[in-house]
Design a protein around this ligand. Structure first.
Ligand SMILES: Nc1ncnc2c1ncn2[C@@H]1O[C@H](COP(=O)(O)OP(=O)(O)O)[C@@H](O)[C@H]1O
Ligand SMILES: [Mg+2]
Length: 360
């Protein structure tokens, strides 16, 4: 862990001024399987800010008893449906019945890796989302398919790297697909253990310039980059082709407004630019695979945009682990809640010799 942490020191330390009257939380770190993992960055934040932290084995049979050791439970969740099911159940119990604060919180999990929820919520909040139709009724879906324009895009509710995203070229193809999805066995798509069954999610196909733009928002800082579709494919996500350069100012502002509206500690917002130059939201994510502390480059320089209302964004050079910035936001939320209830928790300062996360 010590070595792991010093290897992370290429990025700025993220420090939080802790109010004296609020006891620091005991942090339970849930290990993730990202390559590189996020828990190391959460651990570095805890270490630099004197927060007690130990691993929390949330997947083990005794997770409820073990939760008693912590006040704040933090981890980068897996986006696979089986793990999301587990985490939603456990977060509900941890937050609602055991009084813990969790990151991700239930509010984050409501939308993380759920394209149905994301579209519905963002549309209701009047953000510019790609026109989408979701039906859980076979006859309704067949009627819909007869009226839509082709090609259209079909998506799984949960999926990443474009694995659950396909183009449907004609109404006949859509009809065959709908019948299969609503058949007793559903339709095999991407997850080996989970078939697409009893819903379709169709989206207008947006002709575009071959790129999608991702804006990552953490508080008033924004980062981001472009991904380009490989030749012969319309899907930029999962192509592995990244370009880091200046982001259009208007998408930074829109993404920042989305993150604020959802009160998300971390949020990435992906956009496509249509042929008349409008940016439409494809999807949002409360967590992403983060490989480097350089999630934005402007003219080859790593840094972040500072967002201040509708004023022009300001570029500040630097290297940041966005996971640490997100955990700082989570801790600020923890402090605000404690100040609101005026109650003290059972947390403690982290003595230098205990509570260290062992080397992985
Ligand atoms: N409606 C659409 N029209 C055109 N291209 C799209 C549309 N939706 C997605 N794409 C392309 O497909 C890629 C994957 O779609 P996305 O919904 O982001 O799935 P995933 O969650 O797997 O990343 C996007 O990065 C984008 O390039
Ligand atoms: Mg995507």
């Amino acid at each position: 862990m010590e070595d792991g942490i010093s290897a992370l020191d290429v990025a700025e330390k993220v420090l939080l001024t802790w109010p004296r009257e609020i006891a620091k939380p005991r942090v339970g770190l849930v290990r993730d399987w990202q390559r590189p993992p996020s828990w190391i960055k959460y651990g570095r934040f805890c270490q630099n800010n004197g927060l007690f932290h130990e691993f929390y084995e949330i997947h083990a049979y005794n997770w409820m008893e073990e939760a008693g050791r912590f006040d704040l439970i933090v981890g980068h969740p897996s986006g696979t449906p089986s793990r999301l099911d587990e985490l939603w159940r456990k977060t509900y119990i941890l937050e609602r019945l055991l009084g813990k604060q969790c990151y991700p919180a239930l509010d984050d999990l409501d939308m993380y890796e759920d394209k149905h929820m994301q579209f519905s919520v963002l549309r209701l909040l009047k953000f510019p989302v790609i026109p989408t139709w979701i039906s859980y009724d076979e006859r309704d879906a067949l009627r819909l398919a007869a009226t839509l324009k082709y090609p259209l895009v079909s998506k799984l509710i949960t999926g990443a790297g474009a694995m659950g995203v396909a183009m449907i070229k004609s109404s006949a193809e859509a009809e065959r697909f709908i019948r299969k999805v609503f058949s007793p066995h559903g339709c095999y798509r991407h997850w080996p253990y989970l078939r697409q069954k009893d819903y379709v999610l169709f989206q207008e196909f947006i002709p575009n310039d071959g790129y999608d733009v991702r804006v990552i928002c953490v508080g008033d800082l924004a980062f981001g980059y472009y991904r380009r579709a490989a030749s012969g494919d319309f899907r930029a996500s999962g192509s592995g082709i990244y370009e880091k350069r200046e982001l259009p100012e208007q998408v930074v502002h829109t993404a920042h407004r989305v993150a604020q509206a959802l009160n998300a500690p971390y949020l990435s917002v992906d956009f496509l630019r249509n042929t008349v130059g409008e940016y439409l939201i494809i999807e949002i994510a409360h967590f992403n695979q983060i490989d480097t502390p350089e999630q934005l480059h402007v003219d080859g320089v790593p840094g972040a945009y500072m967002v201040d209302g509708d004023k022009p964004v300001r570029f500040v050079p630097g290297r940041f682990w966005v996971q640490e910035l997100a955990l700082k936001r989570v801790c600020e939320r923890y402090i605000a809640r404690r100040q609101q209830d005026g109650t003290q928790n059972m947390g403690c300062d982290w003595p230098q010799s205990v509570g260290r996360v062992p080397a992985s």
